[in-house]
Design a protein around this ligand. Structure first.
Ligand SMILES: *Cc1c(COP(=O)(O)O)cnc(C)c1O
Length: 232
């Protein structure tokens, strides 16, 4: 299990097994390769192994990579990091998806800055599912209001929810967080037609996330190896 192609294949297998266990179709789970801190060469290796969707956490780094890989217009780029309001223009200009919208001001700015020639920016609302003081995301009670705003903005297309459970949580607590997300997601689906994305699950818990309905898993380490130089 050394090359990126081999690791990708292994992750795809894990997704298939988790889907079998959950009696879901693997076609309903999208693999997002989290390429933060990874080089262009590493991204290209994953691309050559068939990977089409990549996620970045840092705006400058992401925008630069997207520009360098411009000829690969088949790649879909997802922004998954915290969104600062002075970075919304770069995000709206370069990315196809944002997983981490958590306040009205950010939604309005992304909408205003999305060019009319571009398709609407696909948006997920980040939910602070474990109600952590330090984590981005809306509290569950505030999803409805932000969803109402986003769905009224023509430059944005609300697609669903995203969560990052507490890092310290044990497997049982994490499963409970994912189960709560599944409930919130069904509630949103009942309100809006176009809701089709529940983004949760990382390298160490993708099977649990799939069990609780994840439609997008965000995988970094299991594809690219560990990140010794990871930024904070
Ligand atoms: C880094 C990151 C991931 C990927 O985490 P791994 O444990 O490396 O798979 C997923 N989602 C977000 C928001 C991240 O920042």
């Amino acid at each position: 299990m050394n090359t990126i192609a081999e690791r990708l294949k292994e992750v795809r297998n894990q997704i298939i097994l988790a889907c079998e266990a959950a009696q879901r179709s693997p076609a309903d789970v999208r693999l997002l390769a989290v390429s933060k801190t990874r080089s262009i060469e590493e991204i290209l290796q994953a691309r050559q192994a068939g990977q089409m969707e990549f996620g970045e956490n840092y705006v400058q780094e992401g925008v630069s990579k997207i520009a360098q890989l411009e000829e690969h217009s088949e790649i879909t780029w997802h922004f998954i990091g915290p969104v600062q309001s002075n970075k919304t223009r770069d995000i709206a200009g370069s990315f196809g998806w944002v997983h981490s919208v958590d306040r009205a001001k950010i939604a309005r700015r992304l909408n205003d800055q999305r060019q009319h020639a571009q398709p609407p920016l696909n948006v997920l609302i980040q939910v602070n599912i474990d109600q952590e003081d330090t984590k981005a995301g809306v509290l569950p009670a505030d999803i409805a209001e932000l969803a109402g705003l986003i769905s009224s903005l023509p430059g944005l297309r609300l697609r669903g929810l995203m969560a990052i459970p507490a890092a310290a949580a044990d497997a049982v607590a994490r499963a409970a967080s994912y189960a709560r997300m599944q409930g919130l997601y069904s509630g949103l689906q009942a309100q809006y037609d176009q809701i089709d994305t529940l983004s949760m699950g990382m390298s160490d818990d993708l099977a649990t996330a799939i069990k609780y309905g994840a439609t997008t898993v965000r995988i970094g380490t299991a594809i690219f190896g560990s990140r010794p130089s990871d930024k904070k």
